[in-house]
Design a binder for this molecule. Structure first.
Ligand SMILES: C[S@@+](CC[C@H](N)C(=O)[O-])C[C@H]1O[C@@H](n2cnc3c(N)ncnc32)[C@H](O)[C@@H]1O
Length: 605
């Protein structure tokens, strides 16, 4: 019997191509299995119903604004952008706003946490959305609440306001004579201080102009600021609120659930999305009890309809890129971070959308990331620097990196830097002792040399790239290690010869050679380095730590062969360590071995 799996999507769920999307849908979707008996072969229809997708998604919810242009499909946005360097022209961020209808219970602020515990399991459980929301304009000072009183007998509501008016203005409507200007000013002095109202701080806030915020009052821009709110992630509004929309929630709750309005600060407890638009009778007992006759919270809880709007800032980088990139293009998710710079390695298929991708990376990693770059070509030059193109943010490629507690200034346009080697550098430093004298032949800006200098007696660091040397000198000072590092700027082979033959330098015990493409070929420089010294002096042989790449089936064997060939010595005991895979089937290795005496004292180079 053949078993066939058929996915059937209910409209309007559209077909999703990328691996990411399929995976996400799988996680979020409930499957219903229907076994079809009509055919000979047994067919299982996996029916995916969009209504069951839990959690926020760009496919769910309503768009709050109607766009004037017809290219409304998010996947088409990419083809209409104009890159003039302004971030907002790349794509319209408003297109990522989504509105969701949800139900909430409006509760007295002081009961909110107790009720949150009580309703656990029935509250909204969406990532980055708090299930307690404040009701704008519903905050009340304690003093004010006391004056109003909690329970107002029917028909007496105005009495409390009269009392309040008398306290503030000395009189209320129909109280006879107005106060004399002197008395009135005296009253004001008691009610105000230099910052505004003494008793009603919120009123004072409203009447005072905002301190540092630029007031954008023209048209749409003002509206947007107001809408998006402080965090720019989400906003909750009560719809059909009693103040705007009639007297009570009878329609929603039914007559038996009619309750009095709480006088004081309130909070919204957002209910799980499945309870949106439900009548109170359809809610679980744990919620219903709040509105029933004997409930402790009777008359102080209200069921309200809410609109939860999620903005561009809410969505994760993947959500946005999935929506922006055409179907079938894999969403780029990984990039390297060097200080404030995000370093992308985009595939050819991404290049038409590179600015848009970079903008999303920048937006989603602010403020840590300030610049987004893409590698233009693979590393080919001697200094191992990369050709980079700045795609978004500021154009500075000089940054500061913190690695294993040390600080490094680097300009990734001028010098080599690879954060992925941090663990390997630490591994090597852990093998050094405080008696070691280290020689770093290809030191770059000094990530290993500086970390080693903290531990060992002295470090001799060298690099061919003059910019790398400049940065290394700076970094020595930055880490207060300038007295323990001597810096050289010469070719590696000449440096090995100079450092081992000089009478001034100390006796080297550890050599590091991190130039994986070519370092093994520099090993011949060690042949005969001690040939002018008598063997009897008993100089300890240095430990050589050399890096290399290998694509061979047995990378260790392959690299060992290269080392033997370069040293012209076949009896070398080498300890191999696989550092990382740098490309499919290509390993970076570190070989550590004690330089054989036969090589160091050889007569011929
Ligand atoms: C792979 S990088 C390693 C830098 C450093 N060890 C690190 O981990 O960041 C290799 C370095 O070797 C330097 N280099 C390349 N050819 C060289 C040569 N012939 N002599 C000395 N240094 C060289 C490059 O400028 C580069 O900084």
């Amino acid at each position: 019997m053949v078993t066939k799996l058929v996915f059937r999507f209910h409209p309007p769920l559209f077909v999703i191509f990328t691996a990411n999307r399929i995976l996400r849908k799988r996680l979020l979707t409930k499957y219903s299995l229907i076994r079809s008996s009509s055919t000979k072969s047994s067919t299982i229809n996996l029916s995916i119903n969009r209504d069951y997708c839990y959690g926020p998604s760009l496919d769910k919810g309503k768009k709050p604004y109607q766009f004037s242009h017809q290219q409304d499909e998010l996947s088409q946005v990419s083809s209409v952008f104009i890159d003039d360097g302004e971030e907002d022209t790349l794509f319209d961020k408003e297109r990522f706003s989504r509105v969701y209808d949800i139900a909430a219970i409006r509760v007295p602020a002081e009961d909110c946490f107790a009720l949150e515990n009580q309703l656990r399991g029935h509250l909204l459980n969406w990532p980055r959305i708090r299930n307690i929301a404040r009701v704008s304009g519903d905050e009340m000072e304690d003093g004010f609440k006391m004056m109003l009183g909690e329970k107002v007998p029917e028909g007496d509501e105005d009495k409390n306001f009269d009392a309040l008016n008398r306290r503030i203005y000395g009189k209320t409507e129909g109280d006879g004579e107005t106060l004399s200007p002197v008395l009135y000013r005296d009253k004001l002095v008691k009610s105000f201080n230099t910052r505004g109202f003494v008793k009603f701080r919120n009123l004072a806030k409203i009447s005072r102009p905002k301190k540092n915020k630029k007031m954008v009052i023209e048209g749409d821009e003002f509206d947007r600021e107001k809408r998006i709110g402080k965090n720019g992630i989400s906003v909750v509004e009560v719809v059909g609120d009693r103040d705007n929309d009639g007297d009570d929630m009878t329609g929603l709750l039914g007559d038996e659930f009619k309750g009095g309005r709480w006088r004081g600060s309130t909070r919204l407890l957002l209910l799980d999305e499945q309870y949106a638009n439900k009548d109170v009778r359809e809610l679980p007992e744990a919620i219903k009890v709040l509105f029933s006759g004997d409930g402790k919270h009777r008359r102080s809880c209200e069921l309200v309809k809410c609109r939860l709007t999620l903005f561009y800032n809410y969505w994760q980088m993947n959500d946005i890129l999935e929506a922006l990139l055409p179907n079938g293009i894999i969403v780029p998710t990984a990039f390297e971070i060097v200080g404030h710079i995000a370093h992308l390695n985009l595939r050819d298929e991404h290049l038409p959308y590179k600015n848009m991708i970079a903008q999303v990376v920048l937006d989603k990693h602010k403020p840590k990331i300030k610049t987004v770059v893409n590698k233009i070509e693979s590393i080919q030059n001697d200094y191992r620097t990369m050709q980079l193109e700045v795609l978004a943010g500021n154009h500075s490629l000089a940054t500061m990196v913190i690695e294993n507690g040390f600080r490094f200034h680097v300009d990734i346009g001028k010098v080599y830097w690879n954060s992925r080697l941090a663990t390997e550098r630490q591994r090597l430093v852990n093998r050094f002792t405080n008696a070691d004298i280290v020689c770093d032949v290809f030191s770059g800006v000094g990530p290993l040399a500086i970390a080693a200098a903290k531990k060992v007696k002295h470090v001799y660091a060298n690099d061919l790239n003059p910019s790398a040397m400049e940065y290394l000198e700076r970094n020595c000072v930055l880490n207060k290690l300038e007295r323990k590092i001597t810096v050289y700027n010469m070719d590696g082979r000449r440096f090995i010869d100079a450092i081992f033959t000089s009478q001034k330098t100390r006796c080297i015990t550890q050599v590091v050679m991190n130039l994986p493409n070519d370092a093994a070929e520099f090993l011949d420089a060690f042949r005969g380095i001690f040939k002018n010294r008598p063997r009897a002096t008993g100089i300890p042989m240095p430990m050589i730590n050399v890096y290399g790449f290998s694509k061979a089936e047995d990378p260790e064997f392959d690299f060992h062969q290269r080392i033997r060939t370069a040293l012209l010595e076949f009896a070398i005991e080498v300890e191999m360590h696989r550092v990382r895979v740098v490309a499919p089937g290509k390993w970076m290795l570190c070989a550590s071995f004690v330089l054989p005496e036969s090589v160091a004292y050889a007569n011929q180079s």
